[in-house]
Write a protein of this length. Sequence first.
Length: 520
Amino acid sequence: MAWWDVTLPSSLSKLFLIANFALLASVTAEPNVVSLPLHRNQRRSIVKRSHASASLENDYIDGLFWVNATVGTPGQLVQLQIDTGSSDIWVFGARSCTESASGCLGGFYDGSESKSGRVIDRGGFSISYVDNSGAIGDYISDDFAIGDITVKDMTLAVATEVQDATTGVMGIGFASGESIVGSGGKPYKNLVDMMVDQGLINSHTYSLWLNDVGSETGSILFGGYDKGKFKGELIAMPIQPDAQSGQITSMTVAWTSLSITDPTQGTQTLTSRSFALPAVLDSGTTLTYVPPDLYNEIASFANVMSFEGMETGLVECEAMQEYKGTLDFGFAGSGGPVISVPFSELSYPYTDDTGTPLSFDNGNTACYFGLAPTQDSTLILLGDTFLRSAYVVYDLDRKEIALAPTVFDSEVTNIVEIGGSGSSATATWHVASSVTVEQTATGRPQEPGLFASVTFTGHLSYTHAGNGFHIPTASQSGGSGQSPKSSKGAATLTSGSGILANIVACAVSALIGATFIFAQ
């Protein structure tokens, strides 16, 4: 007799049915996550702060990814930059929309038009960013909607005065990083806190997938991560506290190595074994900012041309796109994650005010280089040009960041919900051994001996016969090697519309071991 032919007592039958329904529910239940698609518009200039959307779009006018949101009842549409490097949501108020200040390209909020809004701290908001942009205004409480979810009674700021910004910001960092805390106030429940409190997600976590530089798609996932968007395993590392306050206020991790890998010549390490510096993973920054010593090595290798008044240099787009080498960032010591950034991801077109691409006098298209040198006593920021090559999970509960190499253009979705207190619904990630670095308000510590004693003197040399880069052999300091072969000491940029931009390049040394002169 088969087991299903057995007649069960009525009480056992009920228990059997209840157990099966419970099992069915556990199998079919959807992850409790909030997913926002990202879309990107490429425009013309580099600025440190940008806009935010549920749809997120990458905009080079103000930097990066932005999200469409609504505030109030009825909802008033605003565009906000999504920013892991700050913690406040702020929007333009009607009074801050002056043409000289910003023009409010992302829309503004009028409190008198909302039935659900109220002012909770008039004049209490003030924020400034490292690029000298910022805003002051009032803290309010109102309904805030992104995608298909609405957060009730969200605390956010309405700007009354703005400097050098075209949209507001949707900060999703730690509550301890809120502007009011920096001025001696108590933290309030920010967006991620409120999403947990209102049952929209089960943990203070989110993951970021920006996709490649040419893609129009990406995503941010609150409350979980997507296994279809990365390869290998996620490796987590502790978020580093501020050395002075002991508080965790930013997404700072221990950056412990940097190498260049060439597909035919192997890997050349640019840092010493003792190298360990704090680096902030910041989606609110377009470029990746590294110490000048390292920037000079990489820029010399990649034949970056530096120009007066430009924060970063220019490269030939075609050569960068064809080269298959990578810049490899290591974190948290020998067992930590390594993210290999293709050189092809480190350039994007340089255009004129009409959006027309500019080219060099040899006919090759001009591109921005995706790295820039830090200034003295400033933070190391790993911005979009780094983050595009990584799948990043920010776990604010366990105070960890997990990284894995991204899968570009992935159409696979395999979402894993992360439960409360950082416990995963189905799996956990490997945690690297702890490496501690000091992060201070004034920037990274200035310590000797952090860079490799062997000088990397190999270079990428441009060829224009369709062969991409030629990679001369790297040699030690004092050894033989080839100097960079730049096609110009003074470069002329031209646009297809006939607009000429004459830019005088800094001198390129023809001697082995000599360096570029970089405008700061």
